[in-house]
Design a binder for this molecule. Structure first.
Ligand code: FAD
Ligand code: N01
Length: 549
């Protein structure tokens, strides 16, 4: 492990290179060690934590409760660690990542401040050559991309962005020393989850906050509270059973879903159920009925309920109307979870600026120009999101068979088999890749499932004295068609969301995650593995394909 220029050399040959030291890469390293395989992990960060290392903006917090957003693989870790709040704040999740890294002594195989720039497959040796921006060259049998779905932060391409004379920050690259907003005029661009979490905290400190909104978002109060011993024990005393149950749910979260339609109950009963979910708070609001994400009429009832709550919370009727989302069905953009977001617009120092339809004209040396009006600011916070799901992968020059670049193969949208591998890229695994439930789920559950599947796959290859696995084109084509088919049975494609690539100009509009459900997806992956890795071609050193199409 190293975080400085005097770092020890990286081994020239390993069984596996893992890219990323977030929760995915950390657990992958642990599992590979358990198989007796050698591995190195690279990350551009100075330490473990991934998302929770980078997103240090004020108010950053988990929207899955921590008793569920945590590793389940180690009974010791899950019993020993204590969360201070029900929905943990970023510093606590980062401390947790550090705790796990210490406990498993992970850092000795990790090289930080090191960006993987290239990975090239050699079909003759069945090995990958991985290069970094520090000049490292590593030969590895396997390459595991634990690069994260929401790790490629992006600034919008706004004219004048470099001319601004104040300070600028992106929520996904937040400075470790924090930002002092005291007495400052702050412009916040964006109203997604990161903005919705940070605006109330910034507004409590800054002199003025001006929020530039392109699309209003649905948000549910988190109802975060300090953890009580009783609540903690109610989980820890039955953790194995709860974890097992969560793995078979739709989203990897125990949410107490109602299995009936929003349209099957009276108006009075519907409102009672929504009120109950609103009072409980969090993303499980969407589990109020079983058809909110497939039936527009059902969805409309939930959307209308949340809009009415927004109108109740925001005193100025014009601002309330601007904040009430109407452009997409509720839940089809990632639903937000907040602490006093809407109420923040009742503060005298907070102004909402609707930038539709023209958008931001330019960043000026003094601030933000939109609708012909210049809003002066000392600080601009870009809460403008990520090149999600594909960005971290396509920013690496990954070359598979015949020198084909992954970025070129995915030009019209990502193509994978199970979100785990892509045809033409043997021995290259993705953790929570596009085509898997990933961002539609409690990511800890999905990360563990993918890592366990990859570890099982590598163990099976070893037992059979094989050294190469590759998705077949036919299996990939079928899976991509299935992912699309399932997505189009839902309302999701109706939103211009980052799930669809719609937030990045020029990115193809393809619904990227698999919406078939975490439990159903797990069963598919397990069944495929049990059937000799159906749809994958497994080969021995310098031999022809020996198994399974
Ligand atoms: P990451 O944590 O993103 O880690 C990937 C790592 O790979 C990064 O550290 C990055 O630096 C590194 N990397 C990428 N490319 C390279 C390269 N070329 N070279 C070297 N290193 C590289 N999910 C939930 O389930 N619940 C939540 O409440 C939740 N909240 C979130 C809040 C925020 C602000 C964000 C951005 C995401 C949130 N997520 C949440 C999703 C979150 O990303 C996952 O839960 C999880 O942390 C992802 O872990 P990971 O290891 O797969 O990826
Ligand atoms: O990013 P986003 P995020 N001009 O893409 C706007 C997870 N997460 O960082 O919607 C003006 O959602 C953009 O507008 P529009 C979670 O999965 C979880 O907030 O494209 N505005 C939008 O309002 C989440 O979904 C938590 O019209 C521009 C905003 O910027 C994901 O990470 C917390 C613009 C970007 O919103 C990403 O969230 C934080 C432009 N040129 C993150 N470009 C939890 O609560 C973009 N925007 C757990």
């Amino acid at each position: 492990m190293s975080t400085n220029s005097a770092r020890p050399p990286v081994p020239a040959q390993v069984d596996a290179v893992i890219v990323g030291a977030g929760f995915g890469g950390m657990y992958m390293l642990h599992r590979l060690r358990g198989l007796g395989l050698s591995a190195v992990v690279f990350d551009t960060a100075t330490d473990v934590g991934g998302t929770w290392y980078w997103n240090r903006y004020p108010g950053a917090r988990c929207d899955v409760e921590s008793m569920q957003y945590s590793y389940s693989f180690s009974p010791e870790i899950q019993q020993e660690w204590r969360w201070p709040e029900t929905f943990s704040a970023q510093p606590d999740i980062l401390r947790y990542a550090g705790f796990v890294a210490d406990k498993l002594d992970l850092r000795r195989d990790m090289w930080f401040e090191t960006k993987v720039t290239e990975a090239t497959f050699d079909p003759a040796s069945h090995r990958w050559t991985v290069r970094t921006d520090r000049g490292d060259v590593v030969s590895a049998r396997y390459c595991v991309m634990a690069t994260g779905c929401l790790s490629a932060a992006r600034l919008p391409d706004l004219p004048g962005i470099d001319d601004f004379q104040g300070a600028t920050y992106h929520t996904g690259w937040w400075p470790h020393e924090g930002v002092d907003f005291t007495g400052k005029r702050v412009a916040v661009i964006g109203t997604g989850s990161s903005a919705i979490q940070s605006i109330p905290v910034i507004a409590a400190e800054a002199a003025e906050v001006t929020v530039f909104q392109r699309t209003p978002n649905f948000s549910i109060p988190s109802r975060n509270v300090p953890m009580t011993d009783e609540y903690e024990q109610s989980w820890k005393s039955v953790y194995p059973e709860r974890r097992a149950a969560a793995r078979m749910t739709r989203n990897g979260v125990l949410a107490d879903p109602n299995d009936f339609s929003a349209l099957s109950v009276s108006e009075e009963e519907r409102q009672r159920i929504y009120e109950d979910r609103w009072r409980r708070g969090g993303t499980t609001f969407m589990a109020a009925f079983n058809d909110l994400i497939v039936d527009k009429a059902a969805n409309d009832t939930a959307a209308a309920f949340v809009r009415s709550k927004i109108r109740d919370m925001v005193k100025d009727p014009r601002t309330a109307e601007l904040l009430a989302p109407t452009s997409h069905p509720i839940g089809t953009k990632r639903i937000c979870v907040d602490t006093a977001y809407f109420e923040t617009y009742n503060r005298p120092n907070v102004t909402l600026v609707d930038i539709r339809p023209a958008g931001i004209e330019r960043i000026t040396p003094q601030g933000v120009l939109t609708g012909g009006v210049e809003y002066e600011a000392d600080i601009i916070v870009f809460a403008t999101g990520f090149d999600a799901m594909t960005g971290a992968l396509t920013r690496i020059d990954i070359r598979g068979r015949d020198g084909v670049a992954l970025a070129d193969k995915w030009e019209a949208g990502p193509r994978t088999y199970l979100g785990l591998m892509s045809a033409g890229f043997p021995n290259l695994f993705m953790i929570t890749g596009p085509g898997s439930p990933s961002v539609l789920s409690n990511m800890m559950v999905s990360i563990e499932q993918h890592v366990d599947w990859v570890a099982g796959c590598l163990a099976a290859l070893g037992e059979r004295q094989l050294d190469c696995i590759e998705a077949t084109q036919a299996a990939e084509d079928d899976w991509v068609a299935h992912v699309n088919e399932v997505a189009h049975k839902t309302l999701y494609p109706q939103a211009a969301s980052w799930y669809m690539g719609a937030n990045v100009p020029g990115k193809p509009r393809v619904f990227m995650p698999y919406i078939g459900g975490v439990g159903a997806y797990r069963a598919i992956c397990d069944e495929i593995a049990a059937d000799g890795f159906r749809g994958f071609r497994l080969t021995a050193p310098a031999q022809a394909a020996v198994a399974a199409e």
